[in-house]
Design a protein around this ligand. Structure first.
Ligand SMILES: [Zn+2]
Length: 441
């Protein structure tokens, strides 16, 4: 065997791999030398001086007995650390010391089935209990609890090691039949990735009601890979596409100069959109939101919207992107439109003289599209637009409601975004090409 000094950790593994003692199914030979493990090993923290020293010792001593033995256990149902250390044949005194050290960095009551424990043991030359050199408890994909024998041989020291996970850019796409969840899941996106996708589009899409059979989604996102090459989570979505009833919307992730991260369409318009507080041009606010004496009914009544006085026929705009939910006569509201923007917000427009052509229930409209014209239908004393913003089905004051900025990037900020978009597009194209090749195979 060739003994090289650095990198010590890699040598340490190589030197002991042949001595692995099988003790659980996860410890099958070769379980630790998968290609993925090697690829991701760069993600592990560099060894501490103590580890390096230990590794060096291991390397030097493999030539002569006793060699170190690596033992891997998976915590079983009802398993305890004491039982695991007992199976490794540690003396009670040493097991107690190890448990006490580990308890400094990890609450042993949180011990649960499926967790992995790797131990490095030094067998006793005379057949007595082995000595524990090192124990690693995989707390979660990002954290190891590590117990190491003190270099002077007296007791143990524990510490928590935070590991950087490797990232792998991944693409998923599919056509929605039952639900977005089913479609995304079928194309390999874990639940966290699906909820991220829904969050990214939450200003554009009401996922409860807007999805139709045959709609498409596509996303390019990071998968988080642990040191064993397993996918353990999802990172950020870099670009996401929803195609709803043929209407394709693309949102890119972009970090602004001030460090905020948000999603923007191809033109650099923010995914979070503000609703227009005044969805009409050249109008005068004639009545505010709140309690007032009703001009026709004569008694005091809550005014649940705002009124804009304007000549009959003045165009009314969609206050935001959305879907027409109601269009028609609606009692005292007269000719009425309700527009649903997302799962939270709707807007309503009343007393219209007429509706814009091609505005029908289910129609998708964009912010600023003309949807109807000012009139005086219903319970109205003169031509005006009665406008409501509904949050979770309840009217709120359009002048007061706090809404996201709906920013449009400009200048250097837009230039920065265009760079992000170009980088993302190149990644996207490369992955999509890979997928084609994979399919061709
Ligand atoms: Zn009104």
């Amino acid at each position: 065997m060739i003994l090289r000094k650095t990198p010590s950790v890699a040598i340490f593994c190589a030197a002991t791999l042949s001595l692995v003692v099988a003790s659980s199914p996860s410890d099958a030979p070769g379980a630790h030398d998968q290609p993925g493990a090697a690829a991701a090993s760069g993600a592990t923290g560099s060894p501490t001086p103590a580890e390096a020293a230990l590794a060096d010792r291991a390397v030097m001593e493999t030539a002569a007995a006793p060699a170190l033995v690596r033992r891997v256990e998976t915590v079983g149902k009802g398993d305890t650390l004491a039982a695991i250390l007992d199976r490794a044949a540690l003396s009670r005194v040493m097991a107690h010391d190890v448990a006490q050290a580990l308890g400094q960095v990890y609450d042993l009551r949180r011990f649960r089935p499926g967790q992995r424990i790797e131990m490095t043991l030094r067998p006793d030359a005379d057949g007595g209990s082995p000595t524990l050199e090192r124990l690693v408890l995989k707390v979660d994909p990002r954290t190891d609890a590590v117990v190491s024998a003190n270099p002077d041989g007296a007791g143990f020291t524990a510490r928590s090691v935070h590991k950087e996970l490797a990232r792998e850019v991944t693409r998923a796409a599919g056509t929605i039949h039952e639900s977005l969840y089913v479609a995304a899941n079928r194309s390999g996106v874990p639940a966290t990735g699906i909820s991220d996708l829904i969050r990214v589009f939450s200003w554009d899409v009401d996922f409860q009601r807007d999805i139709r059979d045959g709609d498409d989604f596509e996303m390019v996102y990071d998968q988080l890979i642990d040191e064993d090459g397993r996918v353990v989570g999802t990172g950020a979505i870099r670009v996401a596409v929803m195609t709803l009833s043929g209407d394709r919307r693309v949102l890119y992730r972009h970090e602004l100069a001030d460090g905020r991260i948000d999603y923007f369409d191809e033109q650099g318009r923010g995914a979070r959109k503000a609703l227009m507080r005044t969805p009409i041009n050249g109008a005068r606010l004639s009545s505010g939101f709140g309690k007032r004496r009703h001009p026709i009914l004569g008694y005091s009544k809550m005014h649940k919207g705002v009124d804009f006085a304007a000549p009959t026929g003045t165009p009314i705009f969609a206050a935001g992107d959305g879907v027409i939910e109601k269009r028609g006569r609606n009692g005292g509201y007269g000719n009425y439109i309700r527009l649903r923007h997302n799962g939270t917000y709707s807007t309503a427009y009343a007393h219209l003289s007429r509706f814009a052509k091609s505005v029908y229930v289910g129609k998708r409209v964009r912010q600023g599209d003309v949807i109807g014209y000012v009139g005086s239908t219903g319970r109205s004393t003169g031509p005006h637009l009665h406008y409501e913003i509904l949050k979770n089905g309840r009217q709120v004051n359009p002048m007061r409601v706090r809404m996201p900025s709906g920013e449009k990037l400009t200048g250097t900020e837009l230039a920065r975004f265009e760079e992000t978009r170009a980088v993302t597009d190149r990644l996207w194209a490369a992955i999509a090409a890979d997928a084609q090749v994979a399919r061709a195979d």
